[in-house]
Design a protein around this ligand. Structure first.
Ligand code: SF4
Length: 418
């Protein structure tokens, strides 16, 4: 960590809020429902982000409270109760209902935790009602998942059995693949959190070793630790290096023979490095600027510099959990400039000054930067793409090579047209 430059910045931010995580959480747990307690803006965000899902079998909705002339808090609670009752009457199959808080002042005043408790009691075991905040004032878009998982931890049964718990949503095929690797190493008792059904929460306790698959689960990790789980220290499973060290952290914790680990991983590593090669040629030497949005910035920066040869201009991150990020920070090149927090205007000034080849940023900043001739990659794409694990390293690199390739094509076309 000593080799990196850690700075803080505050000011105007340009990020998606935690409501966005509903888009992947509702796919992960089809028996759960996410009720956004918010405004028409929130409804618009969640419908446009989730696209066509709303017309098919929606598993999220919005209790719009903003436009009601609320005389007092009692009215807000009544309105919420009414919406929840109607919803559960129409959809009796819902087993877990998340009340997701948002920004409007009317919503902030509602005690959603109390409302969740009261409604759970009213429905008498038919459904579990939980709450968390997706408000853009408090969260970036991946923190929504942290809030949802933290709310689920108290419901997880206790157990003392030895097991590996993979925490953080992964694409199902990627998760299956990782479990197969752990099985081959002899780690058979593996659970995932969140589970694929909200009612099938894994048991946890002193024998549980937690491997975090995502770097944005600060609160969830703390809650799991409070329940006696051990959080394994490892980089995150992005790229060959991160995934190898991540798997090895679990193997060490379960005292797996080192020869078995290397004979299992070596063929995967060789294959992945071969698949990476064409992308390394495209990315090597290119200047990369990451703006803070997803919390994945540090593992991505580590992969793109160490394995793809990119030059890190600046690595922005919404917030820095030093303990969780320690193994990642140790792998970053000397003097990497890391900025925690955001002052979007100052950051954009630095982007223009340093003229990077590629900027990783939110969708709202991508268009203006593209208009200035700067190639961009949307950070939100990383949470919707299967990028974890050794096998996925080349797919991850391809996500960054694509905009550079596109930029080259456009520049050539423009030159030809002159
Ligand atoms: Fe709703 Fe706030 Fe998110 Fe806007 S930033 S969509 S108001 S929660």
């Amino acid at each position: 960590m000593s080799g990196t430059t850690l700075l803080k910045e505050t000011g105007p931010r340009e990020v998606f809020c935690g409501l966005t995580s509903i888009v992947w959480l509702h796919r992960r747990m089809p028996d759960a429902f996410f009720l956004v307690v918010g405004s028409r803006t929130c409804a618009h965000l969640i419908q446009s982000a989730a696209g066509v899902m709303i017309f098919a079998e929606p598993r999220f909705g919005t209790a719009i409270l903003e436009e009601r002339d609320l005389a007092g808090l009692a009215d807000a609670h009544e309105e919420l109760d009414r919406v929840v009752k109607n919803l559960l009457k129409r959809r009796p199959e819902i087993r877990t209902l998340f009340l997701v808080g948002s920004c409007p002042s009317e919503v902030i005043k509602i005690d959603l935790a109390r409302a969740a408790e009261r409604l759970t009691a009213q429905f008498n075991g038919q459904v579990t009602i939980l709450n968390y905040s997706g408000s853009g004032i408090e969260t970036t878009f991946t923190q929504g998942e942290d809030g949802a998982l933290k709310a689920l931890v108290p419901l997880m049964p206790s157990s003392k059995e030895d097991k590996l718990l993979l925490a953080g949503t992964l694409a199902n095929p990627v998760e299956d693949r990782l479990k197969t690797i752990f099985n081959r190493l002899g780690i058979k008792n593996i659970d995932s959190f969140p589970p694929r059904q909200s009612t099938e929460l894994p048991s946890i306790g002193p024998g549980t070793k937690v491997l975090l698959a995502q770097p944005y689960l600060t609160d969830t990790a703390r809650e799991l630790k409070n329940r006696g789980c051990e959080i394994l220290q490892a980089p995150f499973p992005l790229g060959v290096e991160g995934s190898k060290l991540w798997i090895e952290a679990a193997a060490n914790a379960f005292n797996i023979n080192k020869d078995l680990v290397s004979s299992t991983l070596e063929p995967l590593i060789l294959r992945a490095q071969k698949a990476l090669k064409p992308y390394v040629e495209q990315l090597s030497g290119k200047k990369l600027f990451l703006l803070p949005e997803s919390q994945l910035e540090i593992p991505l920066a580590r992969f793109l510099s160490n394995e793809c040869g990119m030059e890190l201009v600046e690595v922005g991150i919404p917030y820095l959990n030093r303990e969780m990020m320690k193994p990642e920070l140790e792998l970053l090149p000397e003097n990497t400039r890391i900025i925690e927090g955001q002052h979007v205007e100052k950051q954009l000034d630095r982007v223009r000054e340093t003229n990077p080849d590629l900027v990783v940023c939110g969708m709202g900043l991508a268009n203006p930067l593209e208009a200035e001739g700067i190639s961009t990659k949307w950070s939100i794409e990383m949470v919707f793409s299967p990028i974890h694990g050794i096998d996925q390293a080349s797919d991850l690199a391809e996500l960054f090579a694509r905009p550079l390739h596109r930029h080259n094509l456009l520049t050539h076309k423009e030159l030809e047209a002159v």
